[in-house]
Design a protein around this ligand. Sequence first.
Ligand code: SER
Length: 885
Amino acid sequence: MTSTNDIRRSFLDYFAGQGHKEVASAPLVPFSDPTLMFVNAGMVPFKNSFTGLETPPAPRATSAQKCVRAGGKHNDLDNVGYTARHHTFFEMLGNFSFGDYFKEQAIHHAWTLLTKEWGLDPERLLVTVYHTDDEAFELWKKLTGFADEKIIRIPTKDNFWAMGSDGPCGPCSEIFYDHGDHIWGGPPGSPEEDGDRFVEIWNLVFMQFTQEADEIVGDLPKPSIDTGMGIERVAAVMQGVHDNYDTDTFKALIAASEGLTGVKAEGDRTASHRVIADHLRSTSFLLADGVLPSNEGRGYVLRRIMRRAMRHAHLLGADKPLMHRLVPELVSEMGAAYPELVRGQALIQEVLEREETQFRRTLDKGLRLLDEETGDLGEGGTLPGETAFKLYDTYGFPYDLTEDALRSRGIGVDREGFDAAMAQQKAAARAAWKGSGEAASDEVWFDIAEREGSTEFTGYSSTTGEAAVVAIVKDGAEVDRAAAGDQVIVLTNQTPFYGESGGQTGDAGRIWTPDGLEFAVETTNKPLGRLHAHVGKVIKGEVKVGDAVHLQIDADRRDRIRANHSATHLVHAALRNALGEHVTQKGSLVADDRFRFDFSHPKPLSAEEIADIEAEVNAEIRANEQVSTRLMTPDDAVAAGALALFGEKYGDEVRVLSMGRKPDGSRNFSVELCGGTHVEATGDIGLFHIVSESAVSSGVRRIEALTGDAARRWLLARDEAVKAIASALKTAPDDAAARVTALVEERKRLEKELAEAKRALALGGGGAGPAQAADEDIGGVTFSGQTIEGLDPKELRPLLDEAKSRIGSGIAAICAVNDGKAAFAVAVTDDLIGRFSAVDLVRKGVEALGGKGGGGRPDMAQGGGPDGSQADAAIAAVREALSAG
Ligand code: SER
C-alpha cells in the first residue's frame, strides 16, 4: 500500500525532478490576504507571485499546503462526518509555474505522474475543460487519445477557478477518477454528477486573469499554472478504497479514538469518530499555527470545530476529555511532514484539554435543555431560535453544534429567530455601555466594533500583512474615503500593528496599495480595548472603505520596542530578587527609544542595588534563553507562578510570558501575564542600562532605562565625555577622577592662601604695602581710606579694628570690591563718636556706590552697593563729609 506520507513525498519529488523548487506549507492563517479566513488552496501563499506584486520563490514551485475550509466563503464544517470526502482540514498537493510553462506542460506533467509514475489505469480517468477552451481539449486529446466523451466541456464556474472575489483566476481542467459502477453516480456534466462514483482528484488551473469583486479586470503579467490535488482523495484511489476516511491516516486516528472510547466505528457511531478524526486535524493544525479559541473571528471558528468534536466525544460516552489524548497519534502520523505539530504538541494538548474540561461543565445541562425543548418535536420540526440562542449564550453551544445535534432526528433550527435574539442582546449591551465618558467618540468606536467585531491582531508573528479597510474615522465621525492630506484613522479587519496598551506604545509604519495609496501610520491606538486604530495621514492616493490594503509596520522600531518590553520583565524579576517580594509593578511605559518601570518600594535604591539589578538583568540577556509564550486561564497562570497586575481585568485566556532560566535550571527567571510583543530570546535585548532612579509618589519608585543600541550610544556618549575631560586635564581617562579630586583640593588650598595674602597686604604686611592708605589729616582728624580688590567682606571689621588701633584717634573706611560689587564699612574711634557717626558716614559712601542704606553702630557701620567701580568715590564721599564737619 502507498501511504499518504509516501504519496506526498513522491509528488514533491516528481516535480522537484522537473525543476520545481519545493516550498514548505505556509501557515493556515493568511496574514497576507484580507479576504480569506484560512488558507484554502495551495496557491494562496503564491497569490502575489501570480499577480507580479512579489518575486516568486522560483519560476516553478511545488508544495504540500495545509488547508482549512470552515468558516468564511468555503465552509465544509456542516458536512464533515456524514460524507466520504468533506474535511475541515486537508492537504493540497500542487505544482506552480509563474510565467514559466503553461497549459501543454501542465497537462503533460499531470498525465505522466498519474499514469506513468503512479501507474493509474487511464481507463479509469477522464477530464473536463472549460467549454470554450479548445486548446486544452486538443492537448488532452493528443496526449491521451481519449474519445471525445472523456474530455468533457463544462460551461459553468466549476471549470473557471478563482481564489476568491479578488485575485488571480482562469479556466481550469479537472481530472476525475472512476471508482467503478458499483457506486452510484455519473460523469461531470451529467444529471448524476452529484453521485460519488466519479471523484475529482486534480484541478489544473490555467491562470490568466485577475478579478476584483468577481469581475475580470485584467490579464496576469504572464500566463501561469496552479494545480491542486487533494491528497486524501488520491490516497483513497491509490489505497484502493472509496472513502477518504478509510485511508491510512484516518484509519489510524479513528483506531485511536476507538481505543480510548471503547466504542467501535460502526453504524451511527461512525460519523462521530469521523468528526473527531477530522476535527482533531483542523484544531491541532490551527493551534500549531497560532490560532486560539475565542469568541470572535478565526478563534471562534476554531472553538466551534472543537466543541463540535467534543460533543461527539460525549456522544461516544467519553467520560473525560478525549481530544488532547488523540494528539500523540496525530503527531506520529503527520509530525514528520509538519514539524510545527511536534513543536506545538504541548500547547495543542494543553488548550484542547482545557477547552474540553470547560465545555463539559455546561454540555450536559445544555443537552438536557435541548432534549426538553425538542421532546415534542418530530422529524421536520424546528427548534425555536430563542432556545438555540440560550444554548449559545448560557451553555456555550455554537449555532452549528445545535444544528448538528438535531440533525440525526431530522429537526431544524430557526436561524432567523437565533439572529434576532443575538441582535437584541447586542442592543442591550450597548444600552448598558458606560464608555470612557467621551460619549461622542465612544459612540463611533462602539458602532464599528459592533458592526465589524474586534480587529484581529496578527503581529505576534508577522510585521506585514494584508487586510480589508472596514472603517475610516475623520474628526470623530465615520467617512467612506480619505484623500491625500487628510488626517484620519483607518481600521482594518486584521493588522500586524500593535495598538497602544499595557504600557507598550502603538506601532508606526505604512499602509499602501500597489495602485498608489500611501498612508503614514503615526501610531496605533486601541479604542474599547479591541479595535486597532491606525492614526495617521494620507500622503498619496486615496483610501476607501472596502479597499484591500497592504500593511507594514516599522519593523526596526518594533524590534526596539520588543527589546524594551522584554527588559521590563527582566527588571521586574531582578528588582524582586534584590529588594524583596513587596516589589510589584505600578506602571510602565515601553517606547522605542527608552522605557520606564514604576514599582512599589519605600526608599531610594542605593548605588549598589542599582548596580546589582543591572548586572543581573545583563546576565539574563547574555544567557540568551528562549522567551516562551503559553496560553492559560488567569487562575492557572497565577498558580504557575506568573506575576499578574493586581486589579487588572483579564479575559478567559491570558498569554503567559516566560523568560530565562534560574542558574540551577529549575524554573524561569521571569513569568508574567502579558499581551505585549516580545523578543524571541533574551539575547535580542543586547544590553541594558539604568539611566535614572527617582520617586514618583510616596512608596513608588521609577527606573528609567535603555536597551540595545540606545544603551550603547548612551554609554558611548559618557565615554566620550570622560575622554574629553581627561584630555583637558592632560591625563589618561582612568586617572581623570583622581586628577579632578586633586585639583579641587588644590583649589581650596589656593583660595585660602590668596585670602590670607590679601589680608596681609591690606594690613601693610608682606613688605611694600602699596595698597595701604596713607593716613590723612582732615581738619585735625586722622582719616585712613582704602579700596581693596578681592577682599572678602568678612575681613572688613577685623581690618578696621586694626586701623583704629594704629591711628589711635580718627576715622577709617574700607571698600572691598568683589565681582564688580562693593562692600563698604566705616569705623570711628570712641573719642570722636560725639562728632561723627559711622552710620551717617557709611550711608554717604553707599550712596556713591549706587546702593541704599547701610547700618551698624556709631563706632562701626557697614553697607554695600552694586557699582564697585565707584569704590574710590565712596572713600571720597567720607573724606568730604569729614571736611564739612
Ligand atoms: N487553486 C485550485 C484549487 O484549489 C487548484 O490548485 O482547486
